[in-house]
Design a protein around this ligand. Structure first.
Ligand SMILES: [Cu+2]
Length: 147
């Protein structure tokens, strides 16, 4: 399966035509170094045009953006098929709060910083302020990594 992910990512890079764009992989794990139901890594600082491939290691995971936690004007992000790898090319600068929809309540969240603009950081912090439990705790830690 991993080989097909790599070739899919390579295909995306060819389509994008940006020779300098990088690809990253985030695994969605039932159990990782940082606990149960986690994205690893849960924080990435990337550049506009870079692609992140979200790779579920179990069919029960997906990736979706959280309302109020993506830059203005950016379309909602969501896995096309639950349990399938999802490549996302991030073109707009800002911070992106992401969840695994079935496991949000268990704190399965991730944060991607794209570029240096942090115009939507305060709004994202506000959203996290209204959360509870492990999602709130993990997002608070992740927001602390924004540069
Ligand atoms: Cu999950």
């Amino acid at each position: 399966m991993f080989k097909s992910i790599l070739s899919a990512a390579a295909g995306l890079m060819l389509l994008g035509g940006a020779a300098s764009a990088d690809s990253f992989y985030v695994e969605m794990l039932n159990r990782g170094d940082s606990g149960t139901m986690v994205f690893e890594p849960a924080f990435l600082h990337i550049q506009p045009g870079d692609t992140v491939v979200f790779v579920p290691t179990d069919p029960g995971h997906n990736v979706a953006s959280l309302d109020g936690m993506i830059p203005e004007g950016v379309d909602h992000i969501e896995s096309a098929i639950m349990g399938e790898p999802m490549p996302v090319t991030f073109t707009e600068e800002g911070v992106y709060g992401l969840e695994c929809t079935p496991h949000f309540g268990m704190g399965m969240v991730a944060l991607i910083q794209v570029g240096t603009a942090t115009d939507n950081l305060d709004k994202a912090k506000e959203e996290v302020g209204s959360m509870r439990g492990l999602a709130k705790r993990r997002f608070t830690d992740l927001l602390g990594e924004v540069e």
